[in-house]
Design a protein around this ligand. Structure first.
Ligand SMILES: C[S@@+](CC[C@H](N)C(=O)[O-])C[C@H]1O[C@@H](n2cnc3c(N)ncnc32)[C@H](O)[C@@H]1O
Length: 226
């Protein structure tokens, strides 16, 4: 971790989760503490239900976690506009063509989940170890749902820098499309900034990706919704 990143620690909210939390703290190289400890800017807490990221302080927004089964993901899966929605069009999803996708900026996995629910095989790359941990937890939980299980079985999580991950693949294993969504907007249209945007911006700051250096003429299609 570099010094301009907020301090983060890992905690368990019940004794049943102690082992999980200790392993995660070791993997991330973060301290382990009580879930009531307010001395770190961010706390990654393993509860009996899920892994969640909490911000410390009186004005902190609610926890951030990923849920592919209920809430917004379920709604978007049912009513999201299918292959006609902008995301589907951006990656060239047309009748009879279902490209394989490398989501170079997996984040909370929402776009990857939509693409997987439309039938795409999606490799999601996430360079933030904290966000990757949230994604892994959500993918595991989703496997218990009989409907969503089939969708998440098309989603593979790769950790690290997307460009490095892509270039490490043999060309025959390259995806048809690389999709990028590098930045959360700094301002919402409304004055209210969504709680997860606040927390995550806090964590990763500005990101720079130069799409042009990814291009391989005739082989890869690089796209995004920005
Ligand atoms: C705006 S979020 C993506 C949101 C995502 N499309 C979704 O639907 O939830 C950008 C994410 O990309 C990740 N990221 C940025 N640059 C990356 C890179 N070079 N390789 C892998 N992940 C990267 C960041 O850590 C962040 O989690």
């Amino acid at each position: 971790m570099t010094s301009n990143q907020p301090s983060i620690a890992v905690a368990a909210s019940s004794p049943d989760q102690d082992v999980y939390a200790a392993r995660l703290a070791e993997t991330l190289g973060c301290p382990l503490c009580s879930d009531e400890d307010e001395s770190h800017a961010l706390l990654l807490v393993k509860t009996d239900q899920r892994l969640e990221l909490r911000e410390s302080g009186k004005k902190a927004p609610g926890p951030v976690y990923i849920d592919f089964v209920s809430g917004k993901s379920a709604h978007r899966r049912r009513f999201g506009g299918g292959r006609g929605q902008p995301l589907a069009r951006a990656i060239g999803l047309k009748q009879g063509r279902t490209p394989s996708v490398l989501d170079a900026t997996a984040g909370l996995g929402r776009d990857a989940f939509v693409l997987a629910s439309l039938g795409c095989e999606v490799r999601m790359v996430e360079r933030s170890p904290v966000i990757a941990a949230l994604l892994e937890d959500a993918l595991l939980r989703a496997q218990d749902d009989p409907e969503v299980f089939i969708i998440v079985s098309r989603m593979k999580l790769l950790r690290g820098d997307a460009k490095e991950q892509l270039l490490a693949l043999p060309q025959e294993a390259w995806p048809d499309v690389v999709y990028m969504d590098p930045m959360y907007p700094h301002r919402e249209k409304s004055a209210l900034v969504k709680k997860e945007m606040r927390t995550f911006r806090h964590w990763w700051g500005m990101m720079k990706i130069v799409p042009n250096c990814w291009k391989r003429p005739g082989r890869l299609h690089v796209t995004g919704l920005w």
